[in-house]
Design a protein around this ligand. Structure first.
Ligand SMILES: [Zn+2]
Length: 405
């Protein structure tokens, strides 16, 4: 985001908080200033002397401890590598903010929150979420020489999309909050990535108004998420618990997966590809159409030793007690020629396995205790020992839900 939009995100988020929560995050001018700190202090000691004089404590919220060294905030997070680079930065900032609140240092808490707001803004910014070289290959003609990044980021027609919003609680404790915040940032980035083509299509026609509609909507989404962050920090500080009792995996983003290319190399949600774009097929494991996750094991056996597919989610350890789901093969698919064995793995250990389920087997429901696991993997493999020959089968995990109690 450019400086104007970073300030909008920080300032407007306060409108989505109730009065008693909002008072923790005053003054608004400081919060707005702080939303640009990662850009302002990116040069470290060589940053503008005016700012260094105004905020002599800048290192406390800009220098992030990563692997025993202090790294400047903006060099520590990379929106192209969220899963790899964000956890250490978010972990440091969220703990620091809560420590500052607990010790009554409201001003420091506001500054740290501003830095979090900046990370949200840069994660939502369409110019920061996709490989710039690939963007150039997609959009830059041979004699069309300009900087695509600036064209996307600095559209002067972008404005704040005023809208109603109520801040959500993203967790009852720090671990849950950090886990969920990362999830929400991955989702924000995904939505923003989808705006690149419409933004570029409009911009290349010099239609800045249309391009700005997409970019403005993203600024609003960033403010919503930052309001969630401020609300959740306040609740954790006050020891109030308002996190959700259950969370469907359908609301979460997986960190890792393996799926055949006939599913676009991705786990599919609630439907699988059908004969045409307009006719996807529902998930039907014997109980009528249901919601869930469809996986497609490798169609070509033998290349990677056994045909399997999986999807894996990070978990906040100890927050959710159990995981429930049902599984089976999809009757809505045109054919299922072999059986599948379904597995649940926690931290790489198989804790539950189904019998071989073929198209005639009734669906199987199960409940798995999560303990303090940090990773939940849903895996399915071809039930045949010898998988030298391709046989079609369409496994589904239905209504996969994490439960707090
Ligand atoms: Zn920035």
């Amino acid at each position: 985001m450019n400086g104007i939009n970073h300030k909008r995100i920080a300032g407007k988020s306060l409108h989505y908080l109730s009065e008693p929560v909002r008072k923790f995050w005053q003054p608004q001018e400081l919060l707005e200033d702080a939303s640009n700190f990662p850009d302002i202090f990116w040069p470290g000691e060589n940053s503008s002397p005016d700012y260094i004089q105004k905020y002599p404590d800048w290192k406390e919220y800009i220098m992030i401890p990563c692997n025993d060294t202090l790294v400047n905030c903006h060099s520590a997070f990379d929106s192209l590598k969220i899963w790899e680079t964000y956890p250490v930065v978010l972990n440091f900032l969220v703990h620091r903010a809560l420590d500052a609140m607990d010790s009554g240092d409201q001003e420091l808490a506001v500054k740290i929150a501003g830095v979090l707001s900046h990370i949200i803004g840069d994660t939502g910014q369409a110019a920061h979420v996709f490989d710039s070289m690939q963007l150039s290959l997609l959009f830059q003609g041979d004699e069309d020489i300009y900087l695509i990044h600036s064209l996307i980021e600095n559209n002067p027609m972008v404005s704040y999309p005023d809208h109603p919003y109520t801040a959500r609680c993203l967790g009852d404790n720090v671990d849950e909050f950090l886990w969920r915040l990362l999830q929400e940032l991955v989702k924000l980035k995904k939505r923003s990535t989808r705006t690149i083509v419409p933004i570029m299509t409009a911009t290349l026609k010099d239609d800045l108004d249309t391009a700005a509609q997409y970019a403005s909507a993203t600024v609003g989404e960033c403010a919503d998420l930052f309001a969630d962050v401020l609300y959740t920090l306040t609740l954790i500080h006050l020891r109030e618990k308002k996190g959700p009792d259950a969370m469907s995996l359908l609301q979460l983003e997986p960190e890792r997966w393996h799926c055949d290319g006939m599913f676009n190399f991705l786990p599919q949600k609630n439907y699988i590809p059908g004969p045409t774009r307009r006719t996807p097929l529902p998930l039907h494991i014997g109980n009528g159409p249901q919601l869930g996750i469809a996986l497609l094991p490798d169609m070509f056996p033998g290349c990677t030793g056994g045909r399997c597919a999986f999807v894996e989610y990070p978990l906040p350890p100890g927050v959710f007690q159990k995981f429930t789901f049902s599984c089976g093969l999809n009757r809505a698919a045109d054919r299922n020629e072999t059986a599948g064995i379904f597995e649940i793995r926690l931290d790489d250990k198989t804790v539950w396995e189904s019998p071989a389920l073929d198209i005639h087997s009734p669906s199987v429901s199960a409940e798995v205790n999560l303990g303090r696991a940090e990773r939940l993997q849903l895996l399915v493999k071809d039930a045949r020992r010898d998988t030298a020959e391709t046989k079609f089968f369409y496994p589904c995990f239905i209504e996969p839900v994490l439960w707090r109690n």
